[in-house]
Design a protein around this ligand. Structure first.
Ligand SMILES: [Zn+2]
Length: 272
């Protein structure tokens, strides 16, 4: 069974609407990812994790699910254009684009939509978009960020010290190795390990990464990057990537099962 939205003919999409299918919209970007990773990293990871979760949902939960093509361009801070490969779409354009893409999906009748985001600079923008969609359509879209899908066990699995898994660090590099994408490990360096530590901000947001991020303040404003990366990609491996992919897809699939139940309850409440 294919779960790719774009592979379906219009009547099949209509059937999916009637079946109450969940639509996953992967959101990545194209931006520099240090000297060792392709600029597609965020888009590739968004596509792969969304497809992996859909596969689990179809196979194990028998849920109807569709995955749209990934949104491949987005917003990156201006500082990142110091390295070639960063395509920068303005914040409001990104918000309007996602709002219109998801709005179209709602207008064709879908009520269960999950935006799956892999890009840090999109976190606040996408959250606001879900509020706007709820106001416009009365539909509460769910938003999942990739970094929240690593399970606590990742603390044991990771090889990098806190601060090693941020931008183009151990996590993204391991996933890209697992996906067999062109990664040049000979160019990977740990010189941009995130070293800032305080009671408010330290390490990275993954389990075992110290996890103390009580204040939002851009990494780019705390420690200049020499290579365009943040973290330690030198310890990345395809084996770690495989385990991370498994964790992330399982967790995303579990959320979508719960989301399905939550929205089913919402629908039942609406009935007179
Ligand atoms: Zn990335």
């Amino acid at each position: 069974v294919s779960f790719y939205f774009a592979d379906k003919a219009s009547p099949e999409i209509g059937e999916a609407v009637r079946a109450g299918a969940t639509v996953i919209v992967p959101v990545g970007t194209v931006e520099e990812h240090g000297p060792h990773l392709p600029v597609s990293a965020d888009t590739t990871i968004a596509e792969q994790v969304a497809a992996g979760a859909a596969e689990i949902l179809v196979r194990e939960a028998g849920l109807d699910v569709l995955v749209t093509p990934a949104i491949w361009s987005g917003y990156s801070g201006a500082v990142m254009s110091r390295w070639p490969g960063t395509i920068r779409v303005r914040t409001r354009v990104v918000m309007d684009l996602v709002r219109d893409v998801v709005g179209s999906i709602i207008e064709m009748g879908f009520r269960r939509i999950c935006i799956f985001n892999t890009h840090g600079h999109h976190a606040g923008l996408l959250r606001t978009v879900t509020r706007e969609l709820a106001d416009d359509y009365g539909v509460y879209v769910s938003l999942v960020h990739a970094w929240s899908l690593a399970k606590p066990e990742f603390a044991e699995l990771r090889q990098s010290e806190p601060g090693g898994a941020i931008h183009a660090g151990e996590v993204e590099t391991s996933l890209m190795l697992h996906y067999g994408r062109p990664v040049d490990m000979s160019k990977a360096t740990s010189e941009d390990l995130f070293r800032y530590k305080s009671q408010f901000i330290s390490g990275d947001g993954y389990p075992g990464g110290a996890g103390v991020r009580k204040v939002f303040y851009s990494t780019w404003g705390l420690q200049p990057s020499k290579t365009g990366a943040y973290g330690d990609p030198t310890v990345a491996s395809a084996a770690t990537g495989a385990k991370l992919h498994e964790m992330m897809t399982r967790n995303l699939a579990s959320w979508i099962v719960e989301f399905h139940d939550v929205t089913a309850r919402g629908e039942a409440d609406k009935e007179p």
